[in-house]
Every structure is written in structure tokens, then in C-alpha cells.
Design a protein. Structure first.
Length: 437
């Protein structure tokens, strides 16, 4: 976790204090259930909770010091609790194994982290919708292979991003459901020394569902799906960030990141306004995707458990969620303040002498009786002259001067095919599909 790319609420979920508090709640809720079942004295559960209600400070340094001797984090924590509570603490962890605590706590942390990520996505979607509606009919050029293709609107670009992040939100909700499971099933998951009703109680109290069958760990296919979902969201962030970076290039400059008063773009060149935020987002997306492969490799554990997954998850749990939280917030800010230049969009669209209307002429020629091959040849031979003149020539003028073309289409029919508004007649339909009526 890098403080530069962290936000407080998400980072707090992964702090040692937060982790130990979750561990305590799991242990104490399990103790309550065991007391209800008559396995342990009710007084023991009451004493443990009475101590907790004093809102004790978690002594991370003391727990770490105990772990330095025991070489076992859960035992170190339980030893520290016993130092605070007294003899009644001996009833904690009855019939449980360390993975019951660790895996269930990780599920709680990932679920809470996901709730923040879902809020992040909601905020991004709100901004994308607002900017898409703002530029619903702002003409711009669509590009394929980086080359001018046909007209679109800038609002459609943003509507496409809105739809993509809407899908991301749906996937993340599903991933949250997948990851939010509880296992309190004891050694190798057989419930030999703990009643399944304890697990049910802990799951309910911690806002989780019961893992249907665990070994000594929650199956890691759940975690693999979860981190893969984060990786896909990161890729969507990069796709939109890359679009902004391309639009900000000097030769294009149809949109750019907001440049605040006093901001500096280069230590050497005072004129620079660089797309630093979206470049940063590209890098952060690579990091989040980098956590997907280790999560996949964690699925295959030895028999009922090993701990090869443990060190991996201590990295990727905090880092992936903290980084994605930061990236989503940064992308929301970029789109919210994005500077959009409609006049430059129009100039760029016009600079290639009307080539963007070539398909309409091609189709009109076929409808007038020419074969597709002849229609393509007639349009292309004029289009290439415009291309080679770098837009100095006009496709419309060349077509009107081409006798083979005018033998099939009148001048007014040719001119009609250069109507920009024609390309936007279904924008409302697309927007209704994305945003509803």
C-alpha cells in the first residue's frame, strides 16, 4: 500500500487495529453461540463482551511482540485478549481453527472494501451520465485504427463508458456476494469440535453467508473471481483514461484534463499541459490487474489447506482494493472537470475534406444501380485524391466533377450525402438504451 495512492476510509479497513477488531467480533460472536448451546458458561461470554464495551485500545505492539515468540498471529492475538480479560478468555476459540478467524475476517474486509468501491462506481456513473447528457449532440469524429472513420457525438463516447461501468457495478455486486462467506467449521472443515449453528450465528452477526462446504479454508475460487472482477474494472478505467490521453494530444486537442491555477506541467518546458492524471490511471490499472494472476494461482491448495495463499492475500487484499478505490475517485474527478472543445472537434472533422461521408455516397451509388465493386472504385479514387492532398481538396467537389458518378447521382443527391445531422438520427435511441427514457 502506497500512501500517495490511498484514501483514508479504504486504508482504514486494512489497518492492524481494524483487523484485530474483526477478529475479536468473530471470536466473541462464536462464544455467544457456544454459550447459547451450553458448550461454555454464559458468564464467560458476558465477561468477554463487558471488557469489549469499555472500548479498549488495540495494543498492536504488544500483539506483535507476542507473535515474535509464538510465530503465530492468531495465538498472539488470543494471548493478548486473555491478558486483558482474565480466565474467562480460555473459552474463546473452542473447537475453532485459525483459518476460521482469518478467512472470515478477510471476507468481512473484502465486503466492506467492496461497499466503498460500489459507492465509487455510483459517483463515477453520476458524473458520466451528466457529462454524456451535456454533450449528447456535440459532434466529433469517430476513429477506427486511430484514423477518421465517421461522425459520432462526444456524448456517445461517454454513454459507452457509462454502460461499461454499469456492467462493472453489476459484476462487482455479484463478486461481493461470492466473497462474503463465513467458515467456522474447525480443523479440516468437519465441525467435529464445533456445532454448525455457531457458524450460522457468526455469519448472521458479521453480515455474511455460510460457506456451504469448506475444507480448513474457504475455497479460493471465490477470491479468484473477486480479484478478476477488480482487474476488469481496472481495464475499463484504463480504456477511458487512454481515450482522454489520445484526445489531449496536441494534434488532436479535442478534450483535456483540467489544468489548475499554479499547476506546472514540466520542470523544463513551461508551456506543457500533460495528461498526468490519466497516465497515472493507466499505471494504477496495470497494478490492479497484476494482482489477478496470484489470486488465480491461490485456488490450488494442498489437500484441506496449506498457507501458500496467505502471504499473497496479505498483499493483494489491501493493495488491489486501495488502489482501485483511489483510481475510481481520480477518474471521477477527471471526467467531472474534463475540458471539452467542440470547435476543435468540428475543425478536426472538417480537415479531411469530407472523407467522413464516403460510405453514404458508396451506398447511394449501389442503390442507383452500380455494383458494389464499381461504387467502391468510384468513391475511393476521388477519396484518395483528397487524402493525398491532406484535405486541401473537397470530396464533394470531386464527386460532383466525376462524370461516372454524376451519371448515377444528381448534384443535389450527392450534396444530400454530406449532411452531418444524418449520422445522429438514432442518438436518442442509444441514450434511451443506456440511461432509460
Amino acid at each position: 500500500m502506497v500512501p500517495r495512492y490511498s484514501r483514508p476510509a479504504m486504508a482504514a479497513i486494512w489497518s492492524p487495529e481494524s483487523r484485530f477488531r474483526i477478529w475479536f467480533e468473530i471470536e466473541a460472536h462464536a462464544l455467544d453461540a457456544m454459550a447459547e448451546l451450553g458448550v461454555v458458561p454464559r458468564e464467560a461470554a458476558a465477561k468477554v463482551w463487558d471488557w469489549w464495551r469499555t472500548e479498549p485500545q488495540i495494543d498492536v505492539e504488544r500483539i506483535d511482540a507476542i507473535e515474535a515468540v509464538t510465530k503465530h498471529d492468531v495465538i498472539a492475538f488470543l494471548t493478548w485478549v486473555a491478558e486483558q480479560v482474565g480466565p474467562e478468555a480460555r473459552f474463546l476459540h473452542q473447537g475453532m481453527t485459525s483459518s476460521d478467524v482469518l478467512d472470515t475476517a478477510l471476507a468481512v474486509q473484502l465486503a466492506r472494501a467492496t461497499d466503498i468501491l460500489l459507492t465509487d462506481l455510483d459517483q463515477l456513473l453520476d458524473v458520466l451520465k451528466r457529462r454524456a447528457l451535456e454533450h449528447k449532440l456535440t459532434p466529433t469524429i469517430g476513429r477506427s485504427h486511430g484514423i477518421h472513420a465517421e461522425p459520432v457525438t462526444f456524448g456517445l463516447k461517454l454513454a459507452e463508458a457509462y454502460a461499461e461501468f454499469s456492467r462493472a457495478r453489476t459484476r462487482l455486486e455479484w463478486a461481493r456476494e461470492e466473497i462474503a462467506t463465513c467458515a467456522i467449521s474447525g480443523a479440516v472443515g468437519t465441525f467435529a469440535n464445533i456445532d454448525p449453528r455457531v457458524e450460522e450465528h457468526v455469519a448472521e452477526m458479521m453480515g455474511l453467508s455460510v460457506e456451504p462446504v469448506s475444507t480448513q479454508v474457504i475455497p479460493r475460487d471465490r477470491h479468484a473471481l473477486y480479484f478478476a472482477t477488480l482487474g476488469v474494472i481496472a481495464s475499463s478505467i484504463e480504456r477511458l483514461a487512454t481515450e482522454v490521453r489520445h484526445l489531449q494530444r496536441t494534434e488532436v486537442l479535442e478534450a483535456e484534463e483540467y489544468f489548475s491555477p499554479g499547476q506546472k506541467g514540466s520542470s523544463a518546458m513551461p508551456h506543457k499541459r500533460n495528461p498526468v492524471l490519466t497516465e497515472n490511471l493507466t499505471g494504477l490499472a496495470r497494478m490492479v490487474r497484476g494482482y489477478v494472476t496470484p489470486a488465480m494461482e491461490n485456488v490450488a491448495l494442498w489437500h484441506e489447506r496449506d498457507i501458500s495463499h496467505s502471504s499473497v492475500e496479505r498483499y493483494i487484499g489491501p493493495d488491489a482494493t486501495i488502489t482501485l478505490d483511489f483510481a475510481l475517485a481520480r477518474l471521477t474527478g477527471v471526467i467531472d472537470k474534463l475540458l471539452v472543445y467542440p470547435e476543435r472537434m468540428q475543425r478536426n472533422m472538417d480537415r479531411m475534406g469530407g472523407l467522413i461521408h464516403s460510405q453514404r455516397v458508396l451506398l447511394a451509388l449501389t442503390q442507383a444501380g452500380a455494383s458494389r465493386e464499381d461504387s467502391y472504385r468510384l468513391v475511393q479514387r476521388n477519396a484518395m485524391k483528397v487524402w493525398e492532398s491532406d484535405g486541401a481538396l473537397s470530396l464533394l467537389d470531386l464527386l460532383k466533377g466525376d462524370e461516372e458518378v454524376t451519371a448515377l447521382l444528381s448534384e443535389s443527391e450527392i450534396e444530400d450525402k454530406f449532411d452531418l445531422g444524418y449520422h445522429y438520427k438514432h442518438v436518442d435511441t442509444i441514450f434511451e438504451r443506456v440511461f432509460g427514457k
